[in-house]
Design a protein. Structure first.
Length: 282
């Protein structure tokens, strides 16, 4: 099981969200890989993903999703749709959601031109900035007016970040994992390094056999009221090792988890619950 740190209600950290854009995922042509990777990147830093949204290449829906993200106080990573082909709408939707014009970002223009010059040199060609396909490539640097650059170590073609009126920040990266994941990781290790929580949270759980979640709910509620932890319940009907069971646990700061988990075990034993293995994740 993957462990998660306390949710945003238990800490001062902002919530993290993920928007994945692309018809190819909704149609089944490609399987999404961003969600598990972003969860992994956050967990490695003691952070958690609070929500994720998958939306197709529909400008109306993309704009609505981004408007909500900008209106929140969340940190959101948006993957996909920032290219310059007709089915790429994310840049335009970000501008619409913010009410800002689209402009060619000067730093993005320089990075795109640098990449085009390097590509021409690799092919033994003379770079021609006026060639129609090169002129079109500059569109990949057309962002909302107040956007900031997100560096792309793979091929220099940048992503961008924008702040919304509600305090939400959205970081836009390409849909290609080879580009998106290093870009997100770099953002986490620079802009959000101060939020890293390695070693400051813990998850403890126990396998419970033959119990119903409804019967355990009062105990879970009592523990959350008494301790600064998050209680979780993960039922399973066909686990390969434990069969039908509930994994019941608490997560939070270690000093809060210890007494909370002790109360959980005492309460379960008071119910006469059949308990299996205990698990700890730091």
């Amino acid at each position: 099981m993957s462990a998660l740190p306390p949710d945003a209600s238990l800490s001062s950290a902002p919530a993290f969200g993920l928007i994945i854009v692309g018809d190819e995922i909704l149609s089944g042509k490609r399987a999404d890989k961003h969600l598990p990777k972003v969860v992994e990147l956050l967990q490695a830093r003691g952070l958690a993903l609070s929500w994720s949204l998958l939306v197709g290449d529909d400008p109306r829906r993309i704009t609505a999703a981004l408007r909500d993200a900008f209106a929140s106080a969340d940190v959101v990573f948006s993957c996909g749709g920032i290219g310059a082909t007709p089915d790429d709408h994310t840049r335009q939707c970000a501008a619409a959601a913010l009410g800002q014009p689209l402009v060619l970002h000067p730093e993005a223009r320089a990075l795109i031109e640098q990449r085009m010059r390097e590509t021409a040199a690799e092919k033994g060609e003379v770079f021609d900035a006026e060639r129609p396909d090169n002129v079109h490539r500059y569109n990949m640097g057309v962002f909302p007016a107040q956007a900031r650059i997100v560096a792309n170590p793979y091929n220099r073609i940048p992503g961008f970040s924008c702040d919304g009126p509600g305090g939400g920040t959205v970081h836009f990266v390409p849909g290609f994992p080879v580009m998106a994941w290093p870009m997100i990781e770099n953002l986490l290790d620079t802009d959000y390094r101060h939020l890293h929580r390695q070693g400051s949270w813990q998850e403890r759980s126990v396998v419970v056999f033959g119990a119903m979640e409804a019967a355990l709910t009062p105990l879970m509620e009592a523990i959350e009221q008494a301790h600064a932890v998050k209680v979780f319940s993960l039922p399973s009907v066909d686990h390969p090792q434990f069969g039908r069971h509930i994994e019941l646990g608490v997560k939070g700061e270690p000093e809060a988890v210890t007494p909370a988990f002790a109360q959980l075990l005492a309460g379960l034993r008071g119910f006469g619950a059949d308990l299996g293995p205990e698990m700890v994740q730091n």
